[in-house]
Design a protein around this ligand. Sequence first.
Ligand SMILES: Cc1cc2nc3c(=O)[nH]c(=O)nc-3n(C[C@H](O)[C@H](O)[C@H](O)COP(=O)(O)OP(=O)(O)OC[C@H]3O[C@@H](n4cnc5c(N)ncnc54)[C@H](O)[C@@H]3O)c2cc1C
Length: 441
Amino acid sequence: MKIAILGAGISGLALARFLVEGGLPRESLTLFEAGREVGGLCASKTIDGFTYDVTGGHILYSKDAAAMAWMKACAGGESAFVTRERHTKIRFGDRWVHYPFENGLGDLPPQANFDCLRGYIDAWHRRQVDGSKAPTQFGAWVRWRFGDGIAKHFMDPYNAKVWKRELDFLSSDWVAGRVPDAPVDDVLRASIGIRTEGYTHQSIFYYPRTGGFQAITDGIASTLLDRVRLSTRVGEVVRLREGWTVNGEHFDRVVSTLALTDLPSIVRDMPAAPAEAMRSLEYNSITCFLVALARPEHPALSWIYLPHPEQGPTNRVTYMSNYAPGMAPAGRSSLLCEVTHPGGAPAPGPELEREVLAGLESAGLLSRSEVLFTDRVTTRHAYVVFDSAYHARRKAAFDWLDSAGLVPLGRFGRFEYDNSDQCVIKARELASKLLRSAARG
Ligand SMILES: Cc1cc2nc3c(=O)[nH]c(=O)nc-3n(C[C@H](O)[C@H](O)[C@H](O)COP(=O)(O)OP(=O)(O)OC[C@H]3O[C@@H](n4cnc5c(N)ncnc54)[C@H](O)[C@@H]3O)c2cc1C
């Protein structure tokens, strides 16, 4: 069975590796990768001794212990990773607010603390009294769940920065299980200054000792490099009576980790309805700026959120040089700033860098005299945007893919909010399925 895997990000690489580990002859696999290196969204870059993850700071953490152990083993085992405690905060004026926000109300100025507590209790009371169901629009859901104060002081401005859409354009179902749900007693305690922890998920995380997060995808790829065709963009996929061709070459099966939005222009003769559904799926792009600094160290932070417009366009800053010892040269440090923009829109111009630095300076995070240089990478597909049409469009896409026998995998191949560990888990499941089908002949 000849299998083509489109894309050599972590999903495509993990699938290939699981297939080979499961006994499929390596010669039966071909990975097509448009980039000059493997890794996709997990890629890292080193410039003048500063290493950064080009799609925003990545951490390794998984509820699936076997998947995480496999990722570590591929990249050199436990000793190739450092263990870090997660320290995350929200920058609010000149204050540091505990994350999640509702567990940090006591860190706010008194009036903002009152607004947030008042709104939280009102919302909680309304939910108890009228038993209202969660609204389906995200903006309304924020008020229903957190109240007006938290919406005004944090959720609205922060989400506006990340999603670049009216909040009611987004649907609320993607937040289920993602946005922490603090007990009301904890919020009351937090507001009067009794520390409550809140979100403990990922309180410990792992990071490669050297090479940035890409060390993980490099490790997975290390036994497969002869099977990966780098700098080879997939331009045409054609369905035949028996099998497929990819760029004119015959394969029995094709697994695609390419973004669904791109497939209609790659797969020949796709019917209009699924093609339109795929093209209309909403997503956001990201531009990440490395800021290399002359200062030797940072406070013990992992990453912080910048919710407010006066803090510039950045929504999240990763304290990149805190992740592992070799992330910056001795006596230097770095910050990594994430700025999102609507998917498909032109990449931001050079003025963005000035805005980012001015925002960081006004947030009190640096002085421009300390900046050695900046470097930026824009990634087109970064965030799936969950609007009200998401489920219908995705279903139309998947129904057609199923009927055609083209197998989707990966964050944008399946258009899901998956982290790298979930990509590995889904690749593992798919590999078992393909191995069973290969065994049946
Ligand atoms: C801001 C941000 C922060 C994140 N933080 C974390 C984190 O902390 N921890 C974590 O585990 N995960 C994190 N993730 C998620 C993680 O990056 C992704 O889940 C994962 O990298 C997706 O891998 P993939 O292989 O599915 O897709 P991709 O990495 O997108 O791989 C697809 C590959 O296909 C290639 N390709 C595209 N078009 C073509 C073509 N026409 N022909 C050939 N090749 C093509 C691309 O170059 C790419 O290499 C984060 C993501 C973002 C955006």
